[in-house]
Design a protein around this ligand. Structure first.
Ligand code: ATP
Ligand code: PRP
Length: 214
């Protein structure tokens, strides 16, 4: 099984777009969702697919449990792991932003910020010269300013619907987010025909899609 490639795929909202892109370049993993299995083998490609939580894909790749994987730039910025970010896949686009209730200037004394991204948020406010208190939460971040827990949130915005439906506004954009193809540094150095082919095909496909956008 030594010449097999293990790829960590994110379960959840990125999966369909990521699997669709891989299918376009010749790797069809799209039937994986029909079972509860978390490791699937595709002998026709010599590829093993691991299904992981999006926040955990980078961990599996860093430790070499997977040779490569697909992860959001938000996760890469938050975790700053030792992985190579090889291709911007330009899928699952969204952005990180600071949001809060309208007409609420940031209070001068230790404003509170709710977020799933404590590292990104503290770096951002440090760069702005603001001393803030970060309140880590796991979801429904928009609740925090609504019920007066925090002054602001740092969270993902995609359509903007969650902010609108909760009467919140965006104050600043922090970073554009898309999914990236990441590779374990050792797997990259050792290289393999399957990994090389995947990187080459993905890069070519993204270049093609970019070309047809203009
Ligand atoms: N509207 C969005 N909200 C959150 N993440 C998004 C959005 N659009 C794209 N993404 C990307 O999807 C990833 C999160 O996927 P998903 O929501 O499936 O994971 P999760 O937040 O761990 O899920 P769960 O809600 O099950 O905890 C993010 O890392 C980001 O890169
Ligand atoms: O701009 P929108 O299109 O509304 O998308 C943004 C929302 O989607 C995500 O939440 P998610 O659905 O992952 O739920 P969560 O609150 O449990 O994290 C994110 O945290 C925002 O709340």
């Amino acid at each position: 099984m030594n010449n097999w490639l293990t790829i960590a795929m994110p379960k959840g909202r990125i999966f369909d777009e990521a699997a669709g892109l891989l299918r376009t370049i010749g790797y069809d993993f799209t039937h994986v969702e029909q079972s509860r299995k978390l490791v699937l083998e595709f002998p026709e490609y010599n590829i093993r697919v691991m299904l992981a939580k999006p926040m955990d894909v980078v961990t599996y790749v860093e430790y070499g449990a997977a040779d490569c994987g697909i992860a959001g730039k938000d996760v890469l910025l938050e975790q700053n792991r030792d992985v190579y970010e090889i291709v911007d896949l330009n899928i699952s686009a969204c952005y990180l932003a600071v949001a809060g209730l309208p007409n609420q200037p940031l209070s001068k004394i230790a404003p509170k910020i709710a977020t799933k991204y404590p590292h990104i948020a503290s770096e951002y406010f440090r760069e702005q010269g603001e001393q803030v208190e970060i309140i880590p939460l796991n979801g429904s971040i928009e609740l925090a300013p609504l019920i007066g827990l925090t002054d602001r949130i740092v969270d993902i915005v995609s359509t903007g619907q969650t902010l609108r439906d909760n009467g919140l506004i965006e104050y600043e954009k922090i970073a554009r987010v898309t999914s990236r193809f990441i590779v374990n540094p050792v797997s990259y150095r050792l290289s393999s025909p399957i990994l090389d082919n995947m990187i080459e095909q993905l890069s070519a496909q993204i270049a093609l899609e970019k070309g047809s956008d203009v």
